[in-house]
Ligand binder design. Sequence first.
Ligand code: NAP
Length: 507
Amino acid sequence: MITGKNFIGNKLSAKGTDTHKTFNPKLNVENSFDFHAATLEEVDEAVQLASQAFKEYRKISGKKRSEFLNAIADEILALGDELVQTYMSESGLPEGRAIGERGRTIFQLQSFANLVASENWKQNTIDEAIPNRLPIPKDDIRKTSIPLGPVVVFAASNFPLAFSTAGGDTASALASGCPVIVKSHSMHSGTGELVASAIIKAAEKTGMPNGVFSNITGSGRIVGVALVKHPKVKAVGFTGSISGGRALFDIAAKRPEPIPVFAEMGSINPVIITENSIAKKSAEIASTYAGSITMGTGQFCTNPGLILTIENENTNEFIKDLAEKATAIAPQCMLHPNIKRDFVSNGASVSSQSGVEVVAVIEEEIEANFAPTQVSTVSGTDFLTNPKMHQEVFGPFSLVVRCKNEAQLVEVIEGLEGQLTGTILAEEEDYANLSEIVDALQNRVGRIIFNGVPTGVEVCESMTHGGPYPASSDSRFTAVGVGAIKRWVRPFSFQDFPKELLPQSLI
Ligand code: NAP
């Protein structure tokens, strides 16, 4: 049941008078519940509880934490249709997506539960003593990984379940032994509260300390900043805009004790299509990419926002076909009127730059919060000289760049900001000549997809979902897959410890 209150540990609390409602973009009306922004006193209470809980939670066995994570998955499923309906009413996303994303969220929780059921993930190492080593004896040194402390997670607008309250950041932090305080996303506070109630139930059922989880509602600039500044918070997870992620990163860096912020931000995900590929598969690629550009109304961090081609006799036909196919797909609802507003204005900003031609855009009357898909094109020379064309247009938008030759295409790749993904569409006869493109791309992205689409991020051990700035604030880590746990731990060594005092896994 939605109450509109914050979870401060296992207690519902609404001391503040500021409230907000979420919005149903499909019906273009506000939803009925009032959500109470947390007061600064409630923020402090949540962090103090988390800090207190950390003392116990960090020592709870991996097996018990695994039970906790599995219990969260069960409780989320037990929320049943109320969760699915709330998700849909707060995001405009269809039922299939809600159910699919819930499945992904549950799978992520279960993956981390499996991971921490054993100690292997800690990559423990043992260097035994050599007392008679010359010229000096060698000490006994044993290394493990230990949790950082309370983590603040900013829920993402575009994944109300899988990257939000019990999403990958929360699941990985709880798995590592860190308590979590979620700054709920204002666009889906009801979904957030329901999931928070499932986490609290699971914590109580599995005997976790009060404060292992809290859910805070309110403005990012007030409660979000207060959380990041709180001296007892030790790390931050974020998914959203570059401006939001960067602001929080800077605040964390300026604290008397700076803390890491793992922010996953913007990306335009360049796709390189070789001349041979267009010559052989133009129509097929156009259909596949029309689907990828418009999938989820383009509101994915891996949306293909930039397509790089080499101009020849086939290029114009391909671009026209892609644009027609993308705009022929029925427009879909965006997450929120503000996301639609930003989509339209950012799309217009790119398309108004000198040299950019809009090839196709949905121009007929569409419903209030639905997105007018757009495909534009520009020459490589114009693209290289104007960074305004490099910005993310979050939604169903793609800019096709016509490079004059491969050297210019490589120059374009080298001039891009950091990206989550790069994609290469190539034929077998291209393989011998791809090394320059692969090298340039590898230096700019976290993952290269070959003959596929960037949308769709598998949750598995080998996945890298991150990349050079601004795709993420720390390209050494992934936000998806079990490797995400590494963000919340630090290496720790025991030197010459008696066996009786060592953790079992280091003996
Ligand atoms: P956002 O505006 O960055 O907000 C994400 C979270 O950060 C919210 O909880 C927000 O608080 C908080 N926040 C934002 N700016 C802040 C600041 N200066 N100080 C403290 N907290 C701050 O992202 P969004 O709402 O998800 O979507 C807005 C835009 O972000 C989209 O249009 C899109 O361009 C981009 N986006 C990109 C991705 C991606 O993966 N590339 C994903 C989602 C969104 P409030 O609740 O107060 O707003």
